[in-house]
Design a protein around this ligand. Structure first.
Ligand SMILES: [Zn+2]
Length: 281
């Protein structure tokens, strides 16, 4: 496998180290019964008026020996990994562990912000398992590196999860949305959706920096229906435990629906390119 990146995805520095897909303190919640991790990548493009083209499946970077809990990505430098990233892990740990252990407690606005920041960091790192599908812009990574705060044009939801297949999984989709007349020669993704589950927690992040900011309208209602709570942007209110618990089937449904919803949305003025990325065990 070739390199995923030559420099740190956050600061642009050298001296890359391996970052765990799931941090050490969450590893015990990732099933360890598997000898091999399976990472599926599907790449295709959609041009208005044409069916899906160039569809193909291939093995992703994370398809390798070793159980999913031990998988790591070489995309961040030592200074970031052991500095601000480590500090954000430590801040998130006491908020996330009760949720992962299904020992629910109310989440105040500050805790929501920390959880949203952790999910932002998680998304930015795991999407580099397949750099072609990375939908977060370099500018947004730099903003996050500077502030460690969740960002504009992002939506972040979380809910309670009870299932087997999805724990430790993520499903990531990157997409590029462009005006028909201004598609760059080498188009890059400018949006992404990520769904992931660990223990009793499931979360979803979406960001869209394309010209079309209408795409996310309705997402709030959709996720609410499934029992998700929106933590970013925050409503400014304390969040109580969602009534509905997500199972494996619903998690797959949500991840696929997000893809289909966005795929079906573009009007004729938009050219869409889509890339998919699925990490499972
Ligand atoms: Zn760095």
């Amino acid at each position: 496998m070739g390199k995923l990146t030559d420099v740190c995805i956050f600061c642009g520095g050298s001296g890359l180290t391996r970052e765990h897909v799931w941090p050490e303190w969450l590893k015990q919640y990732v099933p360890r019964t598997h000898k091999t991790t399976f990472h599926q990548v599907k790449v295709y493009s959609v041009v208005p008026g044409h069916p899906i083209e160039n569809e193909r499946y291939s093995k992703g970077h994370l398809t390798r020996q070793g159980d999913p809990a031990s998988q790591r990505l070489r995309v961040v430098c030592k200074k970031c990994n052991t500095g601000w990233m480590s500090r954000l892990q430590q801040k998130a740990k006491p908020i996330m562990l009760p949720l992962v252990n299904d020992e629910w407690r109310e989440l105040d606005v500050e805790s929501q912000g920390i959880l949203a920041a952790w999910i932002t960091m998680y998304t930015m790192v795991i999407e580099f398992a397949h750099p072609m599908t990375a939908g977060v812009t370099a500018e947004h990574r730099r903003l996050f590196f500077n502030s460690q705060q969740p960002l504009p044009k992002w939506l972040i939801f979380f809910g309670t999860f009870q299932g087997k297949d999805w724990s430790g999984d993520f499903n990531h989709w990157g997409g590029g949305l462009y005006n028909k007349n201004s598609v760059p020669v080498s188009p890059k993704c400018n949006m992404q959706t990520t769904t992931a589950a660990i223990g009793g927690l499931i979360f979803h992040s979406f960001c869209n920096t394309s010209h079309d900011q209408t795409l996310a309208l309705g997402f709030g209602n959709y996720f609410h229906k499934f029992g998700f709570r929106c933590i970013w942007p925050s409503s400014g209110k304390t969040i109580v435990r969602p009534i509905r618990t997500i199972d494996d089937k619903m998690a797959t449904n949500i991840a696929d629906t997000m893809r289909d919803y966005i795929l079906s949305s573009p009007s004729k003025r938009i050219q869409t390119l889509w890339f998919s990325d699925r990490f499972s065990i």
